[in-house]
Design a protein around this ligand. Structure first.
Ligand code: DC
Length: 225
């Protein structure tokens, strides 16, 4: 039997972390967890319930009412996020959520809430998790850590295409501004800022196809499993 490991994929916004993470998990028969979806779901809950995330008492009270689960959808063959019983996998991708999620993710109490659940999900290993602090904070002892980068123009273009399919009114400027803002906040916050773990492998996919990047990552993974 092969050994089960933990694979972390961190990096800048829209570098294709989740695409790679999903494919790797599928190839290895591992569970895939999108940690960003958790921060997005919390943000959605806060926006809907008008929670002031700068007020620690409000935050702590609200977190008690939030239950986040992941459920595998046979039809889409993907794991989807469930917030208090509601499938929010698609609504959390809206720009309305994207505009606030980095701010919400700076809050210490919110990060502790999410990180505790993420660590629990990794207890049995056999997991690929993507995010910003997975290799540095959530699983500092993970067997394989990947840090993804890509040229910013390429990242903007990729995210624009994705969002445009759902909302043809969106402009490239809006997408660019949002990515720049999130990268800045994510890498400058006090608690677990985005940074490459010292032992992470850097993967720049500006000029790579999805197959090529999967091939590289799989090669590293197969040496360890
Ligand atoms: O991966 P994503 O773009 O869906 O993540 C949304 C936001 O959530 C991102 O801008 C910062 C935050 N995030 C985080 O702070 N830590 C993580 N592990 C994952 C995401």
């Amino acid at each position: 039997m092969s050994k089960k490991i933990i694979i972390t994929i961190d990096g800048w916004s829209s570098t294709g972390k989740s695409t790679l993470a999903k494919q790797l998990a599928k190839e290895l028969g591992y569970v895939y967890i999108d940690s960003g979806a958790m921060y997005r779901a919390i943000t959605l809950y806060f926006l809907r319930n008008h929670i002031d995330w700068t007020d620690v008492n409000e935050v702590n009270a609200a977190l008690k009412d939030i239950v986040i689960e992941f459920q595998f959808n046979e039809k889409s063959q993907q794991s989807e996020i469930i917030l208090n019983g509601e499938n929010v996998e698609y609504v959390i991708r809206d720009l309305v959520v994207a505009e606030k999620v980095s701010d919400v993710a700076t809050i210490k109490e919110i990060r502790s809430f999410a990180v505790a659940q993420q660590q629990k999900m990794g207890e049995k290993k056999g997991i690929v998790m993507d995010g910003r602090d997975i290799g540095t904070t959530v699983f500092p002892d993970a067997e394989l850590k990947i840090f993804m980068t890509a040229d910013s123009a390429v990242r903007v273009e990729r995210r624009f295409k994705e969002l445009y399919e759902k909302n043809p009114n969106i402009t490239i400027e809006e997408v660019k501004n949002n990515l720049e803002m999130r990268d800045y906040i994510d890498s400058h916050r006090e608690v677990s800022p985005l940074r490459k773990a010292e032992d992470a492998i850097e993967l720049d996919n500006t000029h790579l196809t999805m197959e090529e990047q999967l091939g590289i990552a799989l090669k590293f993974a197969k040496k360890l499993v």
